[in-house]
Design a protein around this ligand. Structure first.
Ligand code: ADP
Ligand code: ADP
Length: 237
């Protein structure tokens, strides 16, 4: 599970983006993070993957406080966090399979046709993941030949190839049409359930969040102003 204890962040500019944010996301729970622009949603995600250094508090993922992890350990800890992005962040000139394997590696290698350098077990696992996200037939296609929904499925498979302990998902459907958005949300929910993965989903679309998320946390001016079920949100507003 993931536990935030009084996480706070004040930028060097003096802007306080997070104030004493505390919550627990248990395994298998998909939590939607909502709130107006400037509420601190991106800062929260960036503190967890340590693109931003928190000013105070704890970020416990299992036994590790991610807020305290030093430079040398950071890379290893980041491997425990699967990231899924709004614009997919695939390497367009590489194949679907290569993109997924880059998740296993933790970086994109510069050598050509690197697939054959992977142990057979990693390749088999990547095929299993592609099968799970419905892209087995596309394994050898270049990423830039795929539709938006298919690209996001590659993004999901790549994150899972890391065997993460947590998923951080940033606006996963912002570039997709409504029908594809629902399919992607459903897939994320199912996968977190199957793998008992906790997930935080930064999501602008509140109706979509209410339809799919297990739980919602609302941020405003860096503070938690709502924490409850999608149904409870209707009663709160
Ligand atoms: P979002 O769409 O997630 O709300 P923003 O438009 O708020 O993104 O921010 C875009 C980028 O600008 C981010 O990298 C964010 O960290 C950075 N940023 C936002 N506000 C400031 C600020 N006051 N000073 C410096 N950088 C900022
Ligand atoms: P959201 O993702 O909810 O739009 P952000 O986390 O981007 O919110 O921003 C929260 C607050 O922190 C805003 O006041 C924003 O201006 C500020 N902020 C974000 N990034 C930076 C940055 N890199 N430097 C300074 N201030 C920032």
């Amino acid at each position: 599970m993931l536990e935030l204890q009084q996480l706070s962040k004040t930028y060097a500019t003096g802007d306080t983006a997070l104030r004493d944010v505390s919550f627990v996301v248990p395994r298998g729970q998909v939590m939607g993070l909502i709130g107006p622009s400037g509420a601190g949603k991106s800062t929260l995600i960036r503190c967890i993957n340590r693109l931003v250094d928190p000013s105070g508090g704890r970020i416990l993922l299992g036994d590790t406080d991610l807020a305290q992890v030093g430079r040398s350990e950071l890379r290893r800890q980041r491997r425990r966090i699967g990231m899924i992005f709004q614009e997919y962040a695939l390497v367009e000139r590489l194949t679907v399979m290569e993109n997924v394997l880059s998740g296993r590696l933790g970086y994109v290698p510069f050598w050509r046709s690197f697939t054959r350098r992977f142990p057979g077990q990693d390749i088999e696992n990547a095929y299993r993941l592609l099968d799970r996200v419905g892209l087995l037939e596309q394994a050898d296609k270049r990423a830039d030949a795929l539709s938006g929904g298919q690209r996001q499925r590659v993004g999901i498979a790549r994150a899972l190839a890391q065997e993460p302990a947590l998923l951080l998902v940033d606006e996963p459907t912002a570039s997709l049409d409504p029908k594809t958005s629902r399919q992607i949300m459903r897939l994320i929910i199912e996968i977190c359930d199957e793998r008992e993965l906790p997930a935080i989903v930064n999501i602008h679309d509140v109706p979509l969040a209410q339809q799919f998320m297990h739980r919602l946390i609302g941020l405003r001016a860096g503070e938690v102003v709502f924490d409850g079920t999608p149904a409870a949100l209707d009663e709160a507003v």
